[in-house]
Design a binder for this molecule. Structure first.
Ligand code: NOJ
Length: 509
């Protein structure tokens, strides 16, 4: 039995991509007051906590993942008072709040980096980052070289490392001040009352000793080649995770969830050892096709890798196409939602997933993601799944903003507004509400493991061990009989004879 303070072990967390969620002041960009105004909706949806994407002062080259001060709020999003107000309003709605920390890198406008650029090669100011006379061959995750030159007109010019955009210089985690500063940031947000932190690029907080050349051609996703990736998942990261845990252990009920992208499950498991991260995203299921065998294997792998730590399930975030697009239809996305929410552990939803939003095909002129520019257009970037949420009405802006949204909202979003879907019992939003309600109220949603039933080809069925809850999924192109039990919820209509149609999932008990 888990301790009650371990709320995060079973919670459903809703990721608010703040700039796309709700805009209170008509500048076309979502903000903290906008989030505050929609807390009632999140309570109605039935989630337990919010994860706020970064709202710190930032030039915005990677939309907030380039932080110039990790202990303040960017005026674009509001003020620290707005943050405190959001936190106390969230409490009143029964919601916890997680903030997103970005310790791998800062913005190039952070005071440390500005001081480093003004200082001489070899100076203490430069030692908080990775400056070198000659770059190595590392590639940026967004495309292009991971090094940019400063003082190019001087004989003493150097290059600095940025595994993401040039505006995101990587910090040197061997430097004691870098560690002390993260401790300070953790205490700053915990003292304000946040319930947890997401750690961005948790696998990047140490680089291979001496920054040796990369023997592979790295890319954005999990690397499969044999040679180790010298940029990520170095043993030294674990010291940093123990440091983070050391701070959080002074704040009962607080947790850290890490973004961990590594080459194998044994190495992944090390991040959730008892003195490191409480939780980590595994991403196995996120990268899985809509195919029962593959999904079953991903579920088994994720549970085995998590071991005694709670598994974290997610089919959507701000870095991957919306499920309705990725799986090929909203029916499949709805079916996968039921699979995810039936599994033991915790589930993370991404705003808009509950509306079944598809990606938007944006004109190149509207694209803002640095991945588009830095890859020379080879990657379209992530804007298509960051388009603001349609809340209500038929006029452009759809209740998100009274101004011009920072990314254009298509007219098709007008048919998917939250207001309309709340009224429609067959909508995707209604499905999520029912699923979250059952997950919270029904006694069968307990137990840490699953057992598999035999299932027709292209289908899967599992039971939560020790309970009566069964989840069945049909990824084949034929209707199939349901396993025995009373139907609690289905992601789409059953056939007239009560079979499970293709692209559909069901919960039974
Ligand atoms: C992972 C974040 O989820 C992504 O949006 C960001 O671009 C990179 N880390 C760099 O911070």
């Amino acid at each position: 039995m888990r301790d009650e303070g371990e709320w995060w072990a079973t919670a459903v967390v809703y990721q608010v991509y703040v700039r796309s969620f709700a805009d209170s002041d008509g500048d076309g960009v979502g903000d903290l007051a906008g989030v505050r105004s929609r807390l009632g909706y999140l309570e109605l949806l039935g989630v337990d906590a919010l994860w706020l994407s970064p709202v710190y002062p930032s030039p915005g080259v990677d939309h907030g993942y380039d932080v110039s001060d990790p202990r303040d709020v960017d005026p674009l999003f509001g003020t620290l008072d707005d943050f405190d107000g959001l936190l106390s309003d969230a409490r009143r709605h029964g919601l916890r709040v997680i903030v997103d920390l970005v310790p791998n890198h800062t913005s190039d406008q952070h005071e440390w980096f500005r001081a480093a650029v003004s200082a001489a090669p070899g100076s203490p100011e430069r030692s908080r980052y990775h400056f070198r006379r000659e770059p190595n061959n590392w590639q940026s995750v967004f495309g292009g070289p991971a090094w940019t030159r400063v003082d190019s007109d001087s004989a003493h010019s150097e290059w600095y490392l940025h595994l993401f955009a040039p505006g995101q210089p990587d910090l040197n985690w061997a430097h004691p001040e870098v560690r002390e500063d993260l401790e300070k940031t953790l205490r700053f947000w915990c003292d304000r009352g946040v319930d947890g932190v997401r750690i961005d690029v948790a696998h990047g907080l140490a680089k291979a000793e001496g920054l040796p050349d990369d023997r592979r051609q790295p890319g954005w996703t999990v690397v499969e080649e044999d040679a180790p990736d010298p940029r990520f998942d170095q043993d030294g990261v674990h010291e940093v995770h123990r440091l983070i845990r050391g701070v959080l252990d002074h704040y009962p009920g607080r947790m850290a969830v890490g973004e961990v992208i590594v080459r194998d499950d044994a190495r992944w498991s090390a991040y959730v050892r008892p003195d490191e991260l409480h939780l980590a995203f595994h991403f196995g299921l996120l990268n899985c096709a809509f195919a029962a065998d593959e999904i079953r294997e991903c579920i088994d792998r994720t549970l085995a890798a998590a071991g005694p730590a709670p598994a974290v399930w997610t089919i959507a975030n701000h870095d991957v196409p919306h499920p309705a697009t990725r799986y090929g239809s909203v029916e499949r996305a709805r079916a996968m939602a039921l699979v995810t929410l039936a599994l033991p552990g915790t589930a993370y939803l991404y705003n808009g997933e509950e509306l079944g939003l598809p990606d938007v095909d944006l004109p190149d002129s509207a694209r803002q993601d640095p991945a588009f520019r830095l890859s020379g257009g080879a990657e379209l970037g992530r804007d298509g799944y960051r388009v603001p949420l349609p809340w209500e009405g038929e006029a452009p802006g759809y209740g998100f903003t009274t101004g011009t949204p920072w990314l254009p909202m298509p007219s098709s979003y007008g048919e998917l507004t939250a207001a309309d879907q709340l009224e429609d019992p067959s909508s995707t939003l209604s499905l999520y509400r029912q699923a979250l309600d059952l997950r919270k109220q029904h006694p069968a949603f307990t137990g840490d493991q699953v057992e598999w039933f035999g299932a027709p080809e292209g289908c899967l069925a599992f039971r939560r061990v020790g309970t009566t809850l069964v989840c069945a999924l049909n990824t084949s192109d034929r209707q199939v009989p349901l396993p025995p039990g009373d139907v609690l919820l289905t992601s789409g209509d059953l056939t007239d004879c009560g079979d499970l149609p293709p692209n559909t999932a069901a919960w039974l008990a």
